[in-house]
Write a new protein. Structure first.
Length: 192
């Protein structure tokens, strides 16, 4: 794994809304960070997040292909754009072991739960059902094991009695918007 130094070219994979992508773009511009979003790839061409990339003149692609073809093409774009950090932001596809191994740079992900609790889908519903006091979100390194890599930052959000999965998801998303850019700062400044 290469050390991150100098100006860091960040690639982002999305599948949909892209609100975390939007916050990453905003934060890096506002704070003149040592990392910049240089490439956005979506596995869905209707992903709203692609519009933010376009608006900000960031190279972007939609690759609507089966996993092996998606990964091959995405890998070529990552190389061509000299990406040295990949952020998954609402990317709803599990990357293959081979893809992860071939990427000689770090890959990080934001997941809407207090990992190691509730890996996978429907995290808010599961937290409410279990009667948990807190939900939250975790930014972590991506490894071949789903939602299991080392934690970078985590944020807690109180679960209210009246919460439904949707209302909780909205508050957790707000918290995600604060921690994801900070987690990228952490990774790019080699604190973790
Ligand atoms: C976020 O809540 C993110 O944590 C979650 O999808 C949402 C994407 O929102 N990711 C996962 O569930 C990954 N397993 P966004 O497209 O508005 O950034």
């Amino acid at each position: 794994m290469k050390k991150l130094t100098g100006n860091i070219n960040v690639g982002v994979f999305i599948s949909g809304r892209g609100s975390n992508l939007k916050e990453l773009i905003k934060y890096s511009k506002k704070n003149n960070t040592n990392w910049k979003i240089k490439l956005v790839i979506s596995n869905k061409k209707e992903a709203k997040g692609l519009a933010y990339a376009k608006k900000n003149k960031i190279t972007n692609y939609a690759i609507e292909r089966k996993k092996p073809q998606f990964e091959k093409r995405a890998f070529d774009y990552l190389k061509k754009n000299k990406i040295n950090l990949l952020c998954l932001a609402g990317f709803m596809r599990i990357l293959s072991k081979e893809f992860i191994r071939n990427c000689k740079f770090k890959i990080i992900n934001i997941h809407p739960s207090l990992l190691p609790k509730y890996k996978g889908l429907n995290t808010h519903e599961r937290a409410i059902k279990a009667g948990d006091k807190y939900a939250g979100s975790t930014v972590h390194y991506v490894t071949a094991k789903l939602d299991s890599g080392k934690k970078i930052l985590q944020t807690k959000v109180k679960i209210l009695k009246k919460d439904k999965p949707n209302s909780l998801a909205k508050r957790v998303l707000k918290a995600e918007h604060l921690i994801y850019p900070k987690a990228v700062d952490v990774v790019c400044n080699k604190i973790v």
